[in-house]
Design a protein around this ligand. Sequence first.
Ligand code: ZN
Length: 371
Amino acid sequence: MNWKKKILSTLTAAAVGLSLTFGTPATVQAGTADLIGAGVGIILQGAQLNAQLSAQIKHYEETEQGRQELYQALREKYGVNEDPEYNAKLERIITNLSKGVEAVDPTIKDKPYIYFVSSQKSINASCSMGRVMMVNAGTFEKITNEDELAAIVGHEMGHGQKSHVAKSNKNRLQKAVTASLAGTAIGSSIGGGALTSIIANLALNHSIAHGDKKQETEADLLGLEYMTHTNYNPGACAAVMQKFLEMSIGAEQSKAVALFNPSDHPDSAKRRDACAKKLTEYSGNHVTAKDGVVKVNNKTFITVAPAAGMSGAERSYFVMGNLAAAYHNKQNKHEATVQNGTVLLGNQPIITPAEGDEDAYTIAERLNAIK
Ligand SMILES: [Zn+2]
């Protein structure tokens, strides 16, 4: 059956059910008496509900057919953006990050991501069940730095690798489905097909939510770990959080940012600091950054100037990421040098000074003194 038709045919019923039953005890359990006057049908549904929910989630999470259904349904629901630049970027980022993921979690080889650019204008991305990912066109519009985009996608892959949506959906769906059944089934019974449709519809609505705080933190740290196995700058994870923080101060952007960082999530500053802390560990505790000041071995290395559409604070995390990679890869055994205007530590580029920064030779000299 056509997915869209199936969804539409149950959409109204489900919506009515939800609105009617808010705040009322809508729990339907197998074997209970007819407490809510819903008739024989709904009591049978109670018995079937858990099994059907599990089956539906497993269908989306684990089967190729289910993943394709979810992919198509999400494309219909959120629209598809065909911009060649956005699509090429997403393909490149997922290809690069998939190798980073594989270094940590080889299961990606058997279940690679299915993805598309949605036509939504807000800054958001989501990874649904079955590693079906969607990145909004608005994300590409507002975040132009590829390392920062990779940080966002890496976070979603953290959700995907850990099956966060499938794991948290059972409870959420159970509540939503029982609520909608209680509203629609009064005096009539619902067949297995209709129940499946309701579950499918609700699963779709619940499939793009981000997780709870614990899952968000896990996804952030996994994303950073994946980044360290690519050529992307692992400092971009903290940098993009700094960007969100600065955007949320501007009222115009706050709504868009809230979607990637809703109120039940750890706030951007905490997420930024958690990423920076992990990066310090990655550097062997040699590098820190705070308020735009990067320190090496606890000595001030540089106060980073704003450039390339970034504040000094946001840009400082890129310098920190480069330094962390240099220390992690033992490039600190080599000298800091200047090549074509860029400061390097060993073979690792650290910073290309922009207007407002000190000159490259001064920076290299200081790095040699404190590294
Ligand atoms: Zn998330």
